[in-house]
Ligand binder design. Structure first.
Ligand code: ZN
Ligand code: MN
Length: 494
């Protein structure tokens, strides 16, 4: 009998909480947008620092209450319970990216605990991944190794930028309920979606606002289990998926050899597409209660208020979009990916657009335009105007081709009325006279095609479609396609 292998995976996700200032000082949290880096979006190194976030002796941290609000909101969105009374601890941390040699974090009383998040599991059903905790902590600075200016090429030295030190983070720790790289990917995507929906984090990967660590081991059906490793340094969904796949394969091979591996920390190397054992031995972290900060109190009224203000969550929206608008799973997925797209679609439908048509247009025209750089919040075509346009298509007043021309003009800032006028369309489309006139004109110019149709060669109706296309083009798409087809077929006597 052959044995089977089951991966056991838990994720630790660090997410930057969206606030105006850092967690324990008044430094601006908005350190992107400057001109200090090659990529053009990071501020000058060490331009957003002060003695507090530098951890200089004699400084005192002052807690930014907004961080707790964001953490509570995030915790509630992840179905967590909230500790009304929590506190901060110092976690011993000896490394150059944190000058004070400790990180302020939370130990045994995290602000939020025992929640869950739902994903589509590998068996196609809804799977609940339990969340052990969500705690608040400060971020550390950023090290970059090697010579960035070429002066010390080949030598080993490091730059340190403390702009990130003291940025507020939520660390979200799942239970080991994830069974594959695909499920881990689903979990991470859903987590980001939820946090973005409630405005807790922008979770922009490229700016390092969401980072993953994974705990991986593999269970064998004969009862053996490989030693758990912690894989660090995944900064994208793809990297997370590939790192886990790599580890599952490695653990399975270890078990097949009759071994169990070693408990260690490993680093994902994206370029090499593999993990390697970390040179730093995993230290046993010691916590002491932070003496410079008072206990963290979260009043009950506050929790209730945040609970009431939570927006509809992505999963619920997804279900509702499918049920009430008859969308496919894939359509619902695209439309609920971000809140502004979901809102845009829904306002369009509420303004009278047919849901299937609105879905079609949002997925193609609107998202295409948005991907070209237009953000939906200030997208020139308001959902109400799109709804009006689509209603006219629905009523057969405009063809899709014409509607697309009008949409393009509206994207350029024209109102619906102005755009309609500019295309020369009339509300009623093309008059019956104009239509039959055009049909005759096209038929006269294509006598050879008529002969082929009459001799029975047009078995699948392709020639008729061809003529219909010519008519539509001649009328610049302003006729209703089925109307044009009807008149054409009458003329042809078929
Ligand atoms: Zn500071
Ligand atoms: Mn952490």
């Amino acid at each position: 009998m052959s044995v089977t292998y089951t991966p056991v995976i838990g994720l630790e996700v660090h997410v930057q909480l969206k606030t105006k200032t850092k967690i324990f000082c008044g430094c601006s949290a908005d350190y992107y947008g400057g001109t200090g880096s090659d990529s053009g979006f990071a501020a000058e190194p060490n331009s957003h620092i002060c003695p507090v976030c530098m951890g200089l002796p004699g400084t005192m941290p002052v807690f930014n209450k907004h961080v707790a609000e964001q953490a509570v909101k995030g915790g509630l969105a992840l179905n967590c319970k909230i500790h009304e009374s929590a506190y901060f601890s110092r976690k011993a941390y000896y490394y150059a990216d944190m000058t004070k040699n400790f990180q302020i974090s939370q130990d045994d009383l995290p602000i939020a605990y025992q929640g869950y998040l739902e994903i589509i599991g590998d068996d196609g059903g809804v799977k609940r991944v339990r969340i052990n905790r969500l705690h608040i902590e400060e971020d550390v600075g950023k090290l970059s190794h090697g010579a960035s200016d070429g002066r010390l090429e080949g030598s080993s030295y490091s730059n340190v930028d403390y702009n990130r030190a003291g940025m507020p983070l939520a660390e979200i720790v799942s239970e080991p309920d994830i069974s594959s790289a695909r499920e881990a990917f689903e979990y991470a995507v859903m987590l980001r979606r939820i946090l973005r929906y409630c405005g807790v984090s922008d979770a922009d990967m490229e700016k390092g606002m969401m980072r993953f660590d994974a705990n991986v081991s593999v269970k064998c059906s004969d009862g053996r289990r490989s030693k758990r490793v912690e894989v660090k340094n995944m900064n994208s969904f793809r990297a997370l998926e590939r790192a886990i796949d790599y580890e599952i394969k490695r653990h399975t091979e270890i078990l097949e050899k009759g071994e169990e591996g070693i408990k260690e920390t490993r680093h994902w190397n994206d370029a090499a597409n593999s993990t390697s054992a970390s040179r730093v031995k995993e230290a046993l972290y010691k916590f002491i209660v932070e003496p410079d900060l008072p206990p963290l109190r979260v009043p009950r009224e506050w929790i209730e208020k945040e609970k009431k203000e939570l927006p509809e969550m992505p999963k619920q929206k997804w279900d509702r979009f499918r049920d009430s608008f008859g969308l496919s799973a894939d359509d619902a997925d695209v439309l609920t990916e971000s809140l502004d797209v979901a809102d845009y679609f829904e306002s369009c439908v509420k303004s009278g657009a047919n849901p299937a048509r609105a879905n079609n247009w949002v997925r193609t025209e609107v998202l295409r335009a948005a991907n070209e750089g237009a953000s939906l919040s200030n997208f020139p075509v308001k959902p109400e105007s799109l709804a009006e346009l689509l209603t006219r298509v629905e009523e057969g007043k405009f063809s899709t081709t014409l509607a697309k021309q009008i949409f393009e003009l509206m994207r350029g800032g024209k109102s619906l009325a102005e755009a309609v006028k500019e295309t020369g369309a009339s509300e009623g489309g093309v008059s019956a006279d104009k239509l039959s006139e055009t049909v005759v004109k096209i038929l006269e110019a294509n006598r050879d095609v008529i002969d082929e149709i009459n001799s029975g060669k047009d078995k699948n109706g392709k020639k008729v479609k061809f003529l219909q296309g010519l008519i539509m083009r001649e009328l610049k798409g302003q006729a209703k396609p089925d109307e044009a087809e009807k008149v054409l077929k009458e003329r042809l006597g078929i």
